[in-house]
Write a protein that binds this ligand. Structure first.
Ligand SMILES: Cc1cc2nc3c(=O)[nH]c(=O)nc-3n(C[C@H](O)[C@H](O)[C@H](O)COP(=O)(O)O)c2cc1C
Length: 189
């Protein structure tokens, strides 16, 4: 069965980013595509140290749990990373994760090539557009297919548990999920 991995970059327990991904996953599954949501919460994600050992070992050697995420992505057909906006850009752990995932893919079997997805940014008030642009850089350089919806994938939410109040943002995320699922299915017919 085809599968989409959704990755949350929030450290918070009742995270808005997780709520958004749960909603996205629900609409992917409605189209008959399997999903798995993985959170970076509780992980201490390190930045790439440029050691290039991944070209010998086929996975990252930093040993902080990201190697398991990479193993799962190797088997997946879609990838949706979502980050809270911190000071106008994506939370650092998410960019560290994307840079290491991309390096392992490019230095080895290019498992990201042809994978379907797109990024999501969640913030209280500002910086979502730049965060989306920052995260989107990861997709084309890795040969990935970015899917659109009805608007950019941004959701407005501040305090924990408020993401569903942005009805327009959530409606767009639901449509994005459906679109990702349909492209994944078409490519795997
Ligand atoms: C360190 C820090 C920086 C933040 N910077 C921004 C920002 O630049 N723009 C904004 O709109 N919200 C900012 N926020 C608010 C979060 O993006 C917002 O609360 C979001 O819902 C958090 O997502 P989460 O619940 O999934 O962690 C910041 C929050 C923190 C803790």
């Amino acid at each position: 069965m085809v599968k989409v991995i959704l990755l949350s970059g929030s450290p918070r327990k009742n995270s808005n980013t997780m709520t958004v991904l749960e909603e996205c996953a629900k609409y992917i599954e409605k189209e008959g595509v399997e999903t798995e949501i993985i959170s970076l919460r509780g992980k201490d994600i390190k930045s790439c140290i440029g050691c290039l050992k991944c070209t010998e070992t086929e996975n990252c050697v930093l040993n902080d749990g990201l190697e398991e995420v990479i193993d799962k992505l190797r088997e997946a057909d879609g990838f949706i990373p979502a980050a809270p906006v911190y000071f106008g850009t994506a939370r650092g752990d998410m960019m560290s994760a994307l840079q290491r995932i991309g390096k392992v893919s490019r230095g080895n079997d290019k498992f990201l090539n042809g994978m379907v997805g797109g990024p999501i940014a969640v913030a209280r008030r500002g910086g979502q557009s730049l965060t989306l642009q920052e995260m989107t850089m990861f997709f084309p350089i890795n040969g990935m297919i970015v899917v659109g919806a009805n608007y950019w994938n941004i959701v407005f939410a501040g305090p924990e548990g408020t993401a569903l109040e942005d009805s327009e943002g959530i409606a767009n995320i639901r449509l994005f999920g459906e679109n990702v699922a349909n492209v994944v299915k078409k490519l795997n017919e």
